[in-house]
Design a protein around this ligand. Structure first.
Ligand code: ATP
Ligand code: MG
Length: 392
């Protein structure tokens, strides 16, 4: 029945003279999302609105499902587009539309007409009244409610006439690419994919880095991270995933440093390496899935220790979230099932029985001195052997 969609967007509508940048980015993201759908589509901006016209057969559910993943969209309105063949014909089309779209007529409605083309023979108010009267006559069970109607029937008169009443909620946020780029530390866990999703939702493009420790961590564990990146990329567009071999660094820390500080020192090296890659790739910040107190390495004291090695801002969107709240988002965005697959993570393999929960930065720095002899070279090798996988 539908041949077009009207795309509603909220926040990006208020960006003054930068507005077109946001609209163009949104069109770009819509294009990217629809590439994965069957059919041909024409995306165009008209007078502060974005329309998607189908130019071939398409699968309605598939298109809606993909549009629901485009940040910046607040509402997806399936639209009937019809030529202007006079008011009577328009009423016929609207009656047919209402009949098909709403089998149960026990509802209230309001007609809301907008005349973008002023030479249309009726004014908006007249259209509202006359079409309302026609609908009431054909469907006596329906009632008009001008304040809180169940159905707002929108009629937009342009070159063609657009009819729509349904608004399918979009994900909100800002179009990816309008907010610069950040480097996500992506592990195989539940938290980091959610963290990436949340920052991308604010318009930020995402690159990612994963530290693996073969043979202690398997190819399956790495594949799991690629799969998570793939799922996140459905929202963010392609993700450049850097896979860093962390084994020698980890073994060296294990050999030289007190075991209760292993995780913290390891995390500090992850941050340092992530920042190196971030700076080389024009990322403006790092993103982690940390949340206060979740584990020993995420107490306020530990966060001071991991934070101090970075110059770039570290974004931790889950910082005040409980685990259950994070799980809910991961289920919503489709990463949960992959995250709970039981593959080892490099952090869990070298984990100490009693990790420090209140590390002293001074002490940590002193113990990192034990690494002086080889660590720079190991870090350099890790950076030099960076494996880049483009996901999505
Ligand atoms: P997650 O569920 O994201 O794995 P977590 O609860 O297991 O988090 P930690 O293992 O302490 O927490 O890791 C904290 C954060 O550090 C992660 O959210 C992630 O951003 C980053 N991180 C941890 N391990 C890795 C890794 N192997 N590769 C890349 N980033 C990692
Ligand atoms: Mg983890």
């Amino acid at each position: 029945m539908y041949t077009s969609f009207l795309i509603k967007y909220a926040e990006i509508g208020i960006k003054g003279k930068n507005r077109y940048i946001f609209e163009d980015a949104l069109c770009q993201q819509i294009k990217y999302a629809l590439k994965k759908c069957e059919g041909k589509f024409h995306i165009h901006k008209t007078a502060g609105r974005i329309f998607i016209d189908a130019e071939s057969e398409f699968d309605f559910d598939e298109v809606v499902e993909h549009l629901k993943m485009v940040f910046g969209i607040t509402g997806i309105c399936p639209v009937i587009v019809t030529e202007d063949e006079g008011f009577e014909k328009l009423c016929e089309t609207v009656v047919k539309y209402m009949d098909e779209a709403y089998p149960d007529k026990n509802m209230t409605f309001k007609v809301h007409a907008r005349r973008a083309r002023k030479n249309y023979p009726k004014e908006s108010m007249e259209i509202n009244m006359d079409m309302g009267a026609v609908l009431l006559e054909v469907f006596p069970e329906m009632r008009v409610d001008v304040h809180k109607p169940d159905i707002m029937l929108n009629i937009e008169i342009r070159e063609k006439i657009y009819i729509y009443s349904e608004i399918i909620p979009g994900p909100g946020g800002m179009p990816v690419g309008t907010g610069g780029k950040a480097m996500l530390l992506l592990s195989g866990g539940i938290d980091s994919p959610v963290a990436g999703y949340m920052i991308a939702k604010r318009g930020v493009k995402i690159d990612a880095v994963y530290f693996h420790a073969p043979p202690y961590t398997s190819d399956r564990a790495k594949q799991k991270v690629v799969d998570l990146a793939k799922q996140v990329a459905k929202y963010t567009g392609p993700i450049y995933l850097h896979v860093i071999n962390f084994t020698d660094i980890q073994l060296y820390i294990y050999e030289k440093c007190p075991h209760e500080e292993l995780t913290i020192i390891m995390r500090r090296y992850m941050m340092r390496i992530a920042e190196e890659i971030a700076k080389k790739t024009e990322c403006l910040g790092l993103i982690t899935g940390e949340s206060i107190g979740q584990v020993a390495s995420q107490t306020m004291h530990s966060l001071v220790a991991t934070n101090e090695v970075c110059e770039l801002p570290v974004y931790r969107p889950l910082i005040g979230f409980d685990k259950q709240e994070i799980v809910e988002v991961s289920e919503k965005i489709g990463t949960y099932e992959t995250s709970i697959q039981p593959f080892e993570d490099c952090c869990t393999i070298f984990v100490a029985k009693h990790p420090v929960t209140k590390p002293s930065v001074k002490v940590i720095r002193k113990h990192e001195k034990y690494l002086e002899e080889k660590i720079d070279e190991l870090v350099q090798t890790a950076l030099d052997t960076d494996e880049l996988i483009i996901v999505g």
